[in-house]
Write a new protein. Structure first.
Length: 114
């Protein structure tokens, strides 16, 4: 991955975090963008989200963000229009890092018991 793509990934992550937290975060929930991966041609941005919502199902929050994708993309375009020519298509995914870490910890516990 080249340096420009890394910088753009971080720029998108930071700006999308601010946009979602200020304008599209449902009440009683906390949405965090953990990682953004842009395709090499900058046409698609995979946005990985971590959702904490004690009173709502996280799938409803993902569907809400998918429904608001055009508005999110418009707000993002107004922020970064000088850095890129074309605003990429946004795809939201659940970040499964915590589940991965838990599975690795379970493996270490099994090894430690032996």
């Amino acid at each position: 991955m080249n340096i420009r793509l890394k910088r753009l990934n971080e720029l998108f992550r930071r700006d999308l975090s601010e946009i979602i937290q200020r304008n599209f975060q449902p009440d009683g929930s906390f949405v965090t963008i953990t990682k953004v991966q842009l395709s090499p041609d900058l046409s698609i941005a995979k946005v990985y989200l971590s959702v904490f919502s004690p009173n709502r199902d996280s799938k409803t929050i993902y569907s809400y963000l998918d429904d608001q994708q055009k508005q999110i993309k418009f707000l993002l375009a107004s922020r970064i229009r000088n850095q890129v020519r074309k605003i990429p298509e946004l795809h939201f995914y659940e970040d499964d890092t915590n589940e991965y870490v838990d599975s690795i910890e379970q493996l270490f516990k099994k090894i430690d018991k032996k």
